[in-house]
Design a protein around this ligand. Sequence first.
Ligand code: SF4
Length: 254
Amino acid sequence: MAWGNQPARALTDGVEAARVLHLEMASSGDLSLRLDLLASAIKGRIAFSTSLGIEDQAILHAIAASGAAIDVFTLDTGRLFPETIDTIAESEARYGIKIRVLAPEAGEVEALVARDGVLGFRNSIEARKSCCHVRKVVPLKRGLEGAAGWVTGLRRGQSGGRADVPFAAWDEAFKLIKLNPIADWPLETLEAYIQEHAIPVNPLHANGFPSIGCAPCTRAIRPGEDIRAGRWWWESDWGKECGLHDRPRAVAAE
Ligand code: SF4
């Protein structure tokens, strides 16, 4: 199965290509094999957006080990924890991989802060989504421009809203195949993989932060809380996404 990013390619071709790739990835539990499968299936540029969280660090390790030509980038929102910045530097040193750091447009940030204030995202869901849009979604679009595939570290166990994440699905908004090679990994599998390969991780994970975003919007969780309970904790539990992963998708049936 091969699929490319030709503009004339019909939506149905992308959906079908994603469906086949999803089934192929589902039949293999090995992360390296899944990366091989997606790298050979997608002929255009493949981009990996990393937040430097534990999931993404596992994928970064596998990409480095496989030598797959995957473009790695991250979004520096201007509000990241210093530990996250340190993890970028440590990962680049460990793997010899350049992580492209994409920043939001300065003028857009200034206009946002002038309108809503430096902590305006706490005032309403709309204000929070505006901030995420300027600081994350717009730079993400830039990072994915021209890409044929988009690798993410989404896992079904991360939250109720991610319970049905497929391995591969057509993303009509970005016109590419979104790839989630560890979608079915439980946390135990992920942690064992990290330990086995001595993969560098953000030190905040050890201090009660299983999911790490921007500093003012992330807190440590208490025992028994949902993994993403510390993200935008002042909002309701369902649908707490920043706009990067909440798009309608044409899902490949498993
Ligand atoms: S997570 Fe918070 S600070 Fe970061 S972009 Fe979203 S609202 Fe803004």
